[in-house]
Write a protein that binds this ligand. Structure first.
Ligand SMILES: [Zn+2]
Length: 431
């Protein structure tokens, strides 16, 4: 089996790729729009440098060669979501070329990372097709891999590694991710278009693997075709053939000049949660997988983990347990309360919502409850080792107050608790 992906992810910019319209979610359709992102004739795009900077960061993080001078092309097709009849995208002048992601037992090559604009959103009502241009012009990157994935486990691992790397650059794969999946078990390549989200991608690949496997078993070959994924039935169905590359009629985009990316600073360090997890696990003898699960998609957890291990005297496994409790109950813990939470765990107290609430309010674990037995033992010990106290009491019962306060101080037991038990025990000594 060979699987290749084309993953489209939105870039976290404030404005769109070729105009200054906001990328924020709007309450009303067609409010974040202008002649440029609606594709009016004569409107001219101008490039959003922040989108290019983020795309450059992604390219670096995925070990691509970065094209120092990028260019754009027009990909022509006729569809209601694209009134100017072409999408501005990249080909030879793509920002990133020839990278890779290393997995635990294989490598997935990245063919290309390109910047492109999202088309409008199509909403189909019973008798109408509605268009919302708020999405039109949102900056996307498309990450194109070679068909190097050979199993469902590898697909799963690739997506989780990619998700974590993008997360640390500020790109959220869960927000809006669409992917085209190429799968071939036999001689012909089958493409499944526009699969949204990681779960659907894995489900689509599982179904398609089974479908193609059965065709091959029966002695035939799966057809070369384009299919679409039906989420409700978790199946793929044959769909209208889309245009071929020739039909897209790519031409150079004359409204955008070649753009030099050398001046764009990559602020984020390339971050591989796997490497950091390995380092922490080795240094403190902790479980690698537990750490990776905690920090892969959680900057706060990473900072808390480092803070807890470097700046406090907490035992490493306590810090890890505290962070796992944090994960279970949401974002209830900050740096200050990490120590408190670890304190509860150290005392063997089961962490639940109530404890998390106490931690949030800065309440430390209560002092150990002193058992009656311990109180009695302490009183006995004191009376037997100081017979003079008993003698004084015999002569003057008011001495009891002095005895109570002495025992309370010496054994760290509240006076009230000593007072409750003292008379019964004294009675034994007086007999
Ligand atoms: Zn606009």
């Amino acid at each position: 089996m060979k699987i290749g992906l084309e993953v489209h992810v939105a870039l976290p910019t404030h404005s769109k790729l070729f105009c200054s319209c906001s990328t924020e979610d709007a309450d009303q359709p067609n409010t974040n729009i202008c002649p440029i992102c609606m594709g009016f004739p004569g409107s001219k795009p101008s490039l959003n440098k922040e989108a290019v900077r983020i795309a450059k960061s992604v390219s670096k993080a995925l070990n691509c060669k970065i094209n120092q001078s990028i260019s754009f092309v027009r990909k022509t097709y006729f569809y209601p979501d694209l009134p100017k009849s072409f999408q501005i995208t990249q080909l030879a002048g793509s920002i990133g070329i020839g990278g890779e992601i290393k997995l635990s037992s294989s490598t997935v090559r990245i063919r290309r990372i390109q910047i492109e604009e999202d088309p409008a959103r199509i909403i189909r009502e019973s008798k109408y097709t509605l268009l919302d241009f708020n999405r039109s012009g949102i900056p996307l990157i498309e990450i194109v891999t070679d068909p190097d994935i050979t199993s469902e486990d590898q697909l799963r691992e690739f997506l989780s590694v990619l998700r974590s790397i993008l997360y640390y650059i500020g790109v959220d794969i869960d927000k809006e991710m669409k992917a085209d999946l190429n799968i071939s078990l036999g001689e012909n390549r089958v493409e499944i278009k526009n699969v949204t989200g990681i779960k659907n991608l894995i489900d689509a690949s599982r179904y398609e693997t089974k479908r193609q496997g059965e065709i091959i078993k029966s002695g035939r070959q799966p057809e070369k075709e384009t299919r679409s994924y039906e989420e409700a039935s978790q199946t793929t169905v044959s769909s209208r053939e889309k245009e071929t590359d020739e039909e897209y009629g790519y031409i150079y985009e004359p409204d955008l000049t070649d753009f030099s990316v050398s001046g764009l600073e990559i602020k984020e360090d390339v971050f591989d949660a796997r490497q950091i997890s390995r380092e922490i696990a080795d240094k403190y003898s902790l479980d690698y997988k537990t750490i990776l699960e905690l920090i892969a998609l959680d900057k706060d957890a990473l900072n808390l983990l480092k803070h807890g291990l470097e700046k406090t005297n907490l035992k490493p496994d306590l810090v890890l347990n505290a962070l796992e409790a944090k994960k279970r109950f949401g974002n209830a813990v900050n740096e200050k309360s990490l120590v408190l939470l670890a304190g509860y765990i150290e005392k063997g107290i089961q962490i639940d919502r109530e404890i998390i609430k106490k931690v949030e309010n800065g309440i430390p674990p209560a002092e150990d409850v002193i058992s009656d037995e311990k109180i009695d033992d302490s009183i006995e010990k004191e009376l037997s080792s100081s017979p003079d106290l008993v003698e004084r009491y015999k002569k003057n019962p008011k001495v009891v107050d002095f005895i109570v306060s002495t025992i309370s101080k010496k054994y760290g037991i509240p006076q009230k608790k000593v007072a409750v038990r003292i008379k019964d025990i004294l009675a034994k000594y007086i007999k």
